[in-house]
Design a protein around this ligand. Structure first.
Ligand code: PNS
Length: 176
């Protein structure tokens, strides 16, 4: 039987700035995402909230809308940058000079998918590390999918998303 392939980390990079990428769909951005990125901003010099352009999915908010909303939310956070990306995440991280991918872990149920992605990304680029961060307990049950569903069905989501996101959701559903 073949030995499992071991991916060793590369040499410690000369790193004038510790840059992390926090990727996701953010459709919409929730307070759980905000919590993670603000925690990340305390650890890294720069954290890039990187929104995936996914032609296979029909999102509620366009990529332009998601970028504009996130930029509004983090306009007073100099360490937070908002960007859009397509293609492989590790290629994007490399282009941005990031050695860390940040992902939020809310519950054990997130683990399997996250573990698989982290190891696959490591196989693709061994010197990019995935760092998992836990949001405040209050957000452990928040997800973009549930926010979309609850809002569409007339339930309250206040306190679970930034105010500006709630406004944008109201505008979006008013136009339907
Ligand atoms: O918020 P999401 O939808 O759970 O984020 C998933 C995301 C964007 C992190 C993942 O789908 C991704 O990295 N997509 C980019 C394409 C890629 O690199 N795929 C291989 C992952 S191992």
């Amino acid at each position: 039987m073949d030995e499992p392939r071991v991916t060793q980390p590369g040499p410690v990079p000369p790193c004038p700035e510790r840059i992390a990428v926090y990727p996701g769909s953010f459709d919409p951005l929730t307070n759980g995402h905000v919590d993670i990125i603000l925690r990340g901003a305390r650890i890294f010099d720069r954290i890039v909230l990187a929104i995936l352009v996914n032609p296979e999915k029909t999102p509620l908010f366009t990529i332009e809308e998601r970028v504009a909303t996130a930029r509004d939310v983090f306009r007073d956070e100099p360490r937070v940058e908002v960007d859009a990306f397509d293609g492989l995440l590790v290629d994007y991280a490399r282009r941005r000079g990031a050695h860390v991918i940040v992902r939020g872990l809310r519950a054990v149920s997130d683990f399997e998918y996250e573990f698989q992605m982290a190891l696959m990304n490591r196989r693709l680029v061994p010197d990019i590390e995935t760092v998992f961060m836990m949001p405040a307990e209050a957000y452990t049950y928040t997800s973009s999918r549930l926010i979309r569903e609850i809002f569409a069905l007339g339930g309250t989501i206040s306190g679970l998303v930034p105010e500006i996101v709630e406004t944008r959701l109201r505008e979006k559903f008013a136009g339907r």
